[in-house]
Design a protein around this ligand. Structure first.
Ligand SMILES: NC(=O)c1ccc[n+]([C@@H]2O[C@H](COP(=O)([O-])OP(=O)(O)OC[C@H]3O[C@@H](n4cnc5c(N)ncnc54)[C@H](O)[C@@H]3O)[C@@H](O)[C@H]2O)c1
Ligand SMILES: O=C(O)C(=O)C[C@@H](O)[C@H](O)[C@H](O)COP(=O)(O)O
Ligand SMILES: [Zn+2]
Length: 363
């Protein structure tokens, strides 16, 4: 097992990466301020993983309230959040009752936000069950729900007490979801580590074949990068924005197509291609660099073409991005492969060319 630490000015927490972890009661109990917990999960994950976790915690003397939510990005809403509060109040959960997120990024983001709000702040633990959640969403404390007009628009920065990433649970993940997770893995390489990009080019097939050691190495590498970035800039006043590579375009795809039509990772993949193309048109990276990006994304089983939202709709959706400042769009672009920067001066003509260009799917 590997343990990483995310260190912040006023707190720190461990990220455990290994096997036989998701129902490791002793490890979880060590992070509970009282022997009371609510496990927040969904209808797909509950039949697979809820009973062993619940039984292990109960055997360790923890009173457990399971909360089973509907599954899907379309349910990352106020209404679903309220189901969590209803269950917590119904079970007389207290301020020191720990919320345990057992699921992918949707469950993790909603549980974290519920924990931030419940009695103004209850402890929470992340047990990520998708690759995407293990490499990205379970770490760093961004929590949120969606609004019809924009992704993750209502939320809080609120850190978990611990993250337990169990490689074994990835065995049951559908292939499309595994690929979605690889989009965020590729993101780390493109934004900050060209050697990791070369490593991914060598290991992409092993990752797709779910080789446990290779997956664990990818999770370790991404979590270390994320812990370093968040440790430097928890509230995204600077360098953390680089983790948004591909997301200005990607979130527009998700909202524009209706939440759930495109998986988050798929939208980020297509968004990174548009970010790469924008960078090329600005003269920063070459045609060969763009080809290198699209080749890896395709080998990961991900889309390189974005839907044709229409330029006005694209710009309207992107106008809700959280990086907008004084009405001006800011994009995360590539100065070179492995070096992302935040850029506010993208000319409208360049943007129009990208949004009508060769990486937009024609009907
Ligand atoms: N907070 C952050 O920093 C951050 C980072 C990246 C993404 N996100 C958010 O995460 C969400 C996407 O997360 P996701 O890709 O994990 O999607 P998800 O949570 O919807 O999970 C994907 C699907 O896989 C199922 N599933 C989960 N684990 C499984 C398992 N082990 N076996 C079988 N099925 C399983 C889920 O029920 C769901 O149907 C988006 O809402 C995105 O905005 C947040
Ligand atoms: O942790 C971060 O910071 C990220 O940007 C990670 C992203 O992968 C994630 O999708 C995040 O939720 C997007 O951030 P948002 O602030 O645009 O919602
Ligand atoms: Zn993301």
């Amino acid at each position: 097992m590997i343990t990483l630490d995310l260190v912040l000015p006023d707190t720190r927490y461990p990220i455990y990466i290994g096997e036989s972890l998701y129902a490791d009661a002793a490890r979880i109990v060590a992070h509970l301020p009282q022997k009371k917990a609510a496990i927040i999960t969904n209808e797909t994950i509950a039949p697979l993983y809820l009973a062993p976790l619940q039984a292990a915690l109960e055997a360790a003397g923890v009173a457990v309230t399971p909360v089973i939510l509907p599954d899907g990005e379309a349910y990352k809403t106020w209404e679903t959040l309220n189901l969590i509060f209803d269950a917590l109040l119904g079970a007389r959960a207290e301020r020191k009752t720990t919320l345990i997120a057992l699921g992918g990024g949707v469950i993790g983001d909603m549980t974290g936000f519920a924990a931030a709000c419940y009695q103004r702040g209850a402890p929470f633990i992340q047990i990520p069950t998708t690759l995407l959640a293990q490499v990205d969403s379970s770490v760093g404390g961004k929590t949120a729900i969606n609004h019809p007009l924009g992704k993750n628009m209502i939320g809080a920065f609120y850190q978990p007490r611990a993250v337990l990433a169990d490689m074994a649970v990835l065995d049951t993940l559908p292939e499309r979801e595994l690929s979605a997770g690889l989009a965020e893995v590729i993101k780390y390489a493109l934004l900050g580590d060209v050697q990791f990009l070369a490593w991914l080019e060598q290991h992409i097939e092993a990752l797709r074949a779910r080789d446990r050691a290779t997956l664990a190495e990818a999770v370790r590498h991404c979590c270390q990068m994320k812990a370093d970035i968040v440790g430097e800039d928890e509230k995204e006043t600077g360098v953390r924005a680089l983790l948004n590579l591909g997301h200005t375009f990607g979130h527009a795809i998700e909202a524009g197509m209706g939440y759930g039509a495109w998986l988050h990772g798929e939208a980020v993949a297509a968004g990174m291609v548009l970010a790469a193309e924008t960078s090329r048109l600005l003269g920063w990276i070459s045609e060969a660099d763009v080809a290198r990006v699209t080749a890896l994304i395709e080998r990961a089983g991900l889309p390189i073409l974005s839907p044709d939202l229409g330029v006005d709709a694209w710009i309207s959706h992107m106008g809700h991005d959280k990086k907008v400042e004084e009405g001006q769009l800011r994009f995360v672009l590539l100065r070179q492969l492995g070096q992302a920067v935040i850029e506010k001066g993208v000319p409208l003509a360049v943007l129009r060319e990208v949004l009508q260009g060769r990486f937009i799917r024609r009907a």
